[in-house]
Design a protein around this ligand. Structure first.
Ligand code: NDP
Length: 286
């Protein structure tokens, strides 16, 4: 009888609300683009209070190669890893976990992926004034990268002061950027001198796709650039309104694809085809 071999290399997309996260389609297109036909991505929502068990469990599965971690776990997961890379320490969050069998390593590719997407849209951040909505794990990675890239200033707009203060402390520790906190209590008015506005909150994420960050839309001027990081839907309500008003803006799609491509390289050592991955994202989102 012909030998049968059913094992595949498995990677998982974890998070709390990941049931509609299109990463699975993006990863599987990435694997196929480089002939990794025995690699497969699955979505693994993690129950509240179970992140430690899920992270430790990774080592028990022979065929699991890694995890891509999403909200709200990218900060907490660092406690449960055997090794936290310099990049994850710098960004204060880990979005990619590699399973080496008897130990796990957490890394950060969100920051690099975000900067790659700005570059692809020809956005030069040097000397720009940036407003970042949100202060979670992804905002941390974004703000650190912006600080290192030489922005003129960052205003972190967040409901919880404590979380924003942790982000400001991370920025002070790792960058020279001038950063401040703005309380998000009611509708936020974007200061006139702002160049770039980034939505790094989950507001607008499917299934609450009609939600918009509570920002005075008429305070977002025609000269500003708006970056949403929500990957699903690809065109959020915020982006739809910005496009209608002729404000230059970008979706979270490129960032999602870039970080998935960086993660595939980390797990397999191979560079997938980014265009094939983006096409898969658009198809999954249509
Ligand atoms: P976290 O849970 O770590 O942080 C969420 C942040 O958003 C907190 O600062 C929280 O504020 C704020 N927030 C949550 N709900 C609201 C609300 N209704 N109004 C105002 N602020 C709110 O999440 P992450 O930072 O990890 O992820 C955020 C989003 O980024 C996710 O939706 C995810 O889909 C997206 N993402 C996209 C990626 C991409 O590649 N495109 C990659 C990674 C994430 P508070 O502290 O006050 O609670």
């Amino acid at each position: 009888m012909k030998e049968q071999f059913y094992l595949k290399h498995i990677v998982g997309v974890i998070g709390k609300d990941v049931s509609s996260n299109p990463s699975v389609a993006v990863y599987n297109a990435g694997f196929a683009s480089i002939g990794l036909d025995d690699w497969h991505c699955i979505t693994l929502p993690v129950l509240d209070g179970c992140l430690e068990g899920a992270t430790q469990g990774l080592k028990a599965f022979v065929t699991m190669r890694g995890l891509n971690c999403f909200a709200p776990y990218t900060i907490e997961i660092m406690k449960y890893l055997d090794v936290v890379s310099d990049s994850a320490k710098l960004h204060g969050a880990a979005n990619v976990i590699t399973d080496f069998g008897n130990y796990t390593v957490g890394d950060n590719t969100d920051g690099e992926a975000f900067m790659m997407s700005l570059k692809a849209d020809a956005i030069d951040v040097r000397g720009r004034k940036v407003v970042v909505l949100g202060a979670g794990g992804t905002a941390r990675a974004i703000c650190v990268e912006l600080g290192l890239a030489g922005v003129a200033g960052i205003t972190v707009v967040n409901r919880s002061r404590a979380r924003a203060e942790e982000l400001l402390a991370l920025l002070r520790e790792n960058t020279d950027v001038a950063a401040s906190y703005a309380e998000w209590n009611g509708t936020y008015t974007v200061p006139e001198e702002t160049d770039i506005v980034i939505n790094a909150t989950p507001v607008g994420l499917y299934p609450k796709a009609d939600d918009m960050p509570d920002v005075a839309l008429d305070s977002i001027g025609q000269t500003m650039f708006v970056q949403d990081i929500i990957p699903c839907p690809l065109e959020t309500a915020l982006i739809r309104v910005m496009r209608r008003r002729g404000v230059s803006c970008a979706t979270g799609g490129k960032m999602l694809v870039n970080q998935a491509a960086l993660n595939i390289k980390k797990w397999s050592g191979m560079e997938p085809n980014i265009t094939a991955m983006y096409d898969a994202l658009e198809k999954a989102s249509s």
